[in-house]
Write a protein that binds this ligand. Structure first.
Ligand code: COA
Length: 693
């Protein structure tokens, strides 16, 4: 059940604990903002009966009514007492501005536990602690201590960093960008981003949710909720801590445990979250998504009176996977009639002396073209052109055609003016053409996310009892002798068996062909090949002798005798368990491609068949699997099925801490798993639950 955050986001009465009459104090700045609220506002302060014209009571218990929202800004120990008093009074929503909790370590951690305990005792929605506050412009609520508030608008902004939130507020004020809600999460002791997503998505004025996050605590729940929300509203996330150094800074900032970046990437993809890489991109994408319609596809039409910037824009389009296709013949004819000396290819260059009317006609023609999904207008300063006029034209044009249109002005002061004029008309405008293209690409990405088919991941038929039995062998590490684990999930494996004597080895070899592969099975040996523990192409009559040599390498359970397969394209499928998001599936080409080039892709387990195919196609080396230079393609459907099945094995057995199927040999007509390494948690030698979510 999602939490009901109505009382927090749209309260009817408010108390500020720690309201102060002393300028320079947070309690004063905060109360100065809160008093603008149109409903009843009370201060709680032991030594005042009135502050800024509002009544004050000495303690929460003395409030004349049980308000909907309490904002707490008193030193930490007092904050806990005040929160408990609010709970007793029946107040169900609180914003705790006070710092000195988990982020401080030591006693702060215990204080935060106490805060969570109080919140759950009274069933309270608590934002923070260590939060910058909350703004709900339509409700007339500014519960922050920011020097300026926010305009009402269509962007819901969530920030895990108060300072970043404050900076964004200031930027938005200057650029006249409005918010439906502004939420500073602070330490997320009780309420997290996951609680806010559904509430913000339900709000009719909210067109886009933009978030700055340093970590996510409830990984699987976040992915589930985001998956639902992003079908209705776009969610943009700037995730800090992508690098190891950054991740350490994130931990010390709010005490958040940043998970690995690969896992976040996979989780955002699964949840349909649009990941951005900078504050600038976050804001620009939020503005574009809040103001523009979504394109039907990725085909961009460019109109310009400046050749160079148009080429830059076309380059950026390639980088962002947007097409800049030739225009349709009727569009080309009409453009040629209207602009006899212009360059009519896409980009359309209507030359330096283009007037506003010229732009109007060109934009109109290009956006009317059925082969164009979105438009970009580029210009440099020119005496004939008035930007106000151009802004009007563009605004009218995108309304008329229902296609997104953005602008880029390469200019100094004149450009700034133009950008403001355009923004006022609801047209995002940028100095740099590449930024304009990036914003359009985000619109296209969101369109694809919104329209993606619902994923159904039916568990494959499998012999789960057999898999459970193999995993419960008591050994923390399983190898090639446990290939049956994969077979239990329907993954084709190379034929073979474990021999415990030279005689058994020779007998097994008889059934496997003239030459076989021998692999020592010894718990102490992790890299078999490095110590001569793998012999390839051993003639059947030499198997007995080879057996005796190999078991002498280390205390060994025996030697695995396996059929010798012809060379094929090697791939690897792996499983790792991320502490935040659970099982991740990795796919890559085997050998040097994994080790030297790191050409691998990750996704959250379990996978549907289309998701498994997306993962396989997601590596740079995919053309090698698709067949090139006369080599036939591998059997893609079988490979996809193998990836899908291994992903389900991982999802269904959390005791699999790590798993490598390496290599899997791929041929045009089949795919065969040849070797396996599994680390089982809970088995002897490894602590129970290691690496589990
Ligand atoms: N109930 C009601 N009022 C109380 C109170 C209580 N239990 N305890 C103190 N007050 C009053 C004080 O008398 C004072 O009012 P006054 O100015 O009229 O004397 C006011 O509340 C503030 O208390 P004070 O002791 O002066 O605290 P402070 O202003 O020095 O610090 C915080 C309070 C919350 C600002 C501070 O503890 C803090 O956490 N600062 C960091 C906040 C932060 O960075 N948050 C994260 C943002 S991203």
């Amino acid at each position: 059940m999602p939490r009901d955050l109505t009382g927090l986001l749209a309260p009817s009465s408010i108390a500020v604990v720690g309201a102060s009459a002393t300028p320079g104090k947070i309690g004063h700045a905060l109360f100065s903002n809160v008093v603008a609220f149109p409903g009843p506002v009370y201060g709680v302060n032991p030594s005042r009966s009135q502050i800024l014209g509002r009544p004050c009571v000495p303690a929460v218990d003395d409030l004349p009514e049980s308000v909907t929202l309490a904002i707490i800004a008193v030193p930490p120990a007092d904050a806990l007492r005040a929160l408990a008093a609010c709970g007793r009074k029946g107040i169900r929503n609180a914003v705790v501005i006070t710092a000195g909790f988990k982020e401080q370590g030591g006693a702060g951690i215990e204080r935060e536990r106490e805060l969570v305990r109080i919140a759950s005792q009274y069933g309270m929605n608590v934002l923070g602690p260590n939060a910058f506050g909350l703004i709900s412009p339509r409700a007339g609520l500014n519960a922050t201590f920011a020097p300026r508030g926010a305009f009402a608008g269509a962007i819901a902004f969530i920030s895990q960093s108060g300072a970043l939130g404050s900076a964004v507020l200031d930027w938005a004020w200057q650029n006249e960008v409005g918010f439906s809600f502004f939420v500073s999460l602070g330490n997320k002791a009780v309420l997290t981003e996951t609680d806010f997503l559904p509430a913000l998505a339900r709000d009719r004025e909210t067109m886009v949710i933009a978030a700055y996050l340093e970590g996510i605590e409830d990984g699987p729940e976040f992915v589930r909720v985001a998956g639902e929300v992003t079908r209705e509203k776009p969610v943009l996330v700037l995730k800090a801590g992508a690098t190891e150094v950054g991740a350490r800074a994130a931990s010390s900032h709010t005490g958040a445990l940043a998970g690995s970046d690969r896992a976040y990437e996979a989780a955002f993809r699964r949840g349909g979250v649009l990941r951005v890489r900078s504050v600038e991109e976050l804001l620009e994408a939020a503005v574009a998504l809040s103001e523009q319609p979504l394109p039907r596809g990725r085909r961009l039409g460019i109109v310009s009176n400046a050749g160079g910037p148009a080429i830059l824009a076309a380059d950026a389009a390639v980088e962002h996977d947007l097409a800049v296709p030739p225009l349709s013949p009727p569009t080309v004819r009409s453009l040629a009639e209207r602009f006899p000396t212009a360059s009519i290819a896409n980009p359309v260059d209507i030359l330096a002396d283009a007037s506003a009317a010229g732009f109007r006609d060109a934009v109109d023609l290009v956006l009317s073209d059925p082969g164009v999904d979105m438009g970009l207008v580029l210009t440099a300063p020119h005496p004939i052109l008035t930007f106000a006029e151009l802004a009007r034209i563009l605004a009218a044009s995108h309304r008329k055609h229902g296609k997104p249109a953005v602008a880029s002005f390469l200019a100094g002061e004149l450009g700034e003016e133009a950008e403001k004029t355009l923004r006022a008309a609801g047209i995002p405008a940028y100095f740099e053409p590449a930024r304009a293209v990036r914003a359009l690409a985000t619109l296209a990405r969101y369109r694809e996310i919104r329209d993606r088919p619902l994923s159904v991941r039916p568990p494959p038929a499998a012999d789960r009892a057999r898999a459970r039995e193999l995993l419960a062998s008591g050994s923390p590490r399983l190898g090639v002798e446990s290939l049956g684990l994969l077979a239990a999930y329907g993954v084709p494996i190379a034929r073979g068996g474990l021999a415990r004597s030279a005689g058994e080895a020779a007998a097994l070899a008889q059934d496997l062909g003239e030459r076989v592969v021998l692999k020592v099975v010894a718990p102490g040996i992790i890299h078999k090949s490095d110590v001569g523990g793998v012999r390839i192409g051993v003639p059947a009559h030499e198997v007995g002798g080879a057996y005796r040599e190999m078991v002498g390498l280390a205390p060994a359970a025996g030697v695995y005798v396996q059929e010798l397969l012809p060379p094929g394209q090697e791939v690897i499928v792996g499983i790792v368990r991320d502490p935040t998001f659970g099982a991740l599936v990795m796919f890559g080409l085997g050998g040097v491609f994994v080790e030297a080039l790191g050409d691998v892709a990750f996704a959250l387990a379990p996978l549907s068949a289309p998701e498994a195919e997306e993962l396989v196609r997601g590596i740079r080396g995919f053309p090698l699997l698709a067949g090139m230079r006369g080599k036939p393609p591998v059997h893609l459907a079988d490979l996809v099925a193998v990836v899908e099945r291994i992903s389900h094995l991982a999802a269904e057995f959390p005791e699999i801490a790590e798993l490598d199927v390496n290599p899997i040999l791929c041929y045009p007509d089949r795919v065969v798993a040849v070797d396996l390494r599994v680390t089982v948690s809970g088995a002897e030698g490894l602590p129970r639950g290691r690496g589990q979510p």
